[in-house]
Design a protein. Structure first.
Length: 312
């Protein structure tokens, strides 16, 4: 299945976004040729009154209403769903034991109303469980046809390589996708982000990805929740440094030259580099989605990219 080099994040479908709005966004995304839909079995548990079922259930309702399961690729995750009712932190995350993974997969399939997902993720690391047990559980899901490919989210390069080496040694399916926080701007080196569960792309991961062409990077927080362009969404303190000032200036200059928006230039920078990258973009309206889709028409030449890279 061919697809646009963008994934639609559905984190707030069923919580902040009602079905009417979510369905309109999904319909337009598919109409434009989009296929990659990303969710999790814990979205969005941190919202008051939510359990973590909401996003998958909303996608399931849309799939049932449209009857188009074969036109999309479903991506969902396990491992970070709280086990304590009403919890708003990851302190009680379910983890990645074999029994947990098997049960989590069945729950996601039931909520999504499908017999398989195309990409299934370990949402977080769980170092309390032997790696062989976790990878074995994912392999069983692949062997049963319930999962197409597997991925690891919020991992370091060394951990991803250890998992892939273990799978190679045991003849099991490899992680072929990695999902991390990544965008054009980067925080001050060594700064701790307020989102404890987020793991940033570091230089060693980019180097590893360049050496492993069979891996695809999915970049979440690609547009920094609107902070590139919206005055009501100020950037986090971690991004207060000279590189941000220079980077924003370069983005604005190039956006003006190309007749594009800053967000579109960011997405073009992500998708046009030397690492295969799928920006994962969440929107709350069809109008926002149109801007995202417009990024596909923005082409950065070598001079644009050199200026952007030098500014950071």
């Amino acid at each position: 299945m061919t697809h646009l080099p963008l994934a639609l994040g559905t984190m707030y479908f069923g919580t902040l976004l009602d079905d009417r709005t979510a369905f309109a966004i999904l319909d337009r995304f598919v109409e434009a040729g989009g296929t990659l839909l990303d969710t999790s079995n814990n979205y969005a548990f941190w919202k008051e009154g939510a359990t973590g079922d909401e996003s998958e259930l909303a996608l399931g309702r849309w799939l049932a209403a449209r009857g188009n399961r074969d036109r999309v690729m479903l991506s969902t995750k396990c491992g970070a769903r709280p086990t304590v009712p009403g919890a708003r932190t990851l302190d009680s995350a379910e983890g990645l034991s074999a029994a947990t993974i098997a049960a989590a997969a069945e729950g996601s399939l039931r909520r999504l109303g499908t017999d398989h997902v195309d990409v299934y993720w370990a949402h977080v690391e769980d170092r309390t469980v032997p790696l062989e047990e976790t990878l074995g559980a994912f392999a069983e899901l692949v062997g049963a046809g319930k999962v197409g490919e597997i991925g690891a989210s919020n991992v370091r390069a060394w951990s991803l390589e250890r998992a892939r080496a273990t799978s190679r040694a045991t003849g099991r399916p490899l992680y072929t996708h990695v999902q991390l926080r990544h965008t054009y701007l980067h925080p001050r080196y060594g700064t701790r982000l307020p989102e404890a569960g987020h793991t940033l792309v570091e230089d060693d991961m980019l180097d590893y990805l360049r050496a492993e062409p069979g891996l695809t990077l999915w970049a979440y927080n690609a547009l920094m929740a609107g902070s590139y362009t919206r005055a009501d969404r100020p950037m986090q303190d971690a991004y207060e440094h000279p590189g941000t000032t220079r980077g924003l200036a370069a983005l604005r200059e190039i956006a003006d030259e190309l007749g594009a928006t800053v967000n579109q230039v960011v997405l073009a920078w992500l998708t046009g580099g030397d690492v295969t990258t799928v920006p994962l973009v969440g929107v709350s309206s069809v109008a926002q989605l149109e801007e995202v889709l417009g990024a596909l028409d923005v082409k950065l030449d070598d001079e644009h990219r050199a200026r952007l890279d030098a500014a950071r």
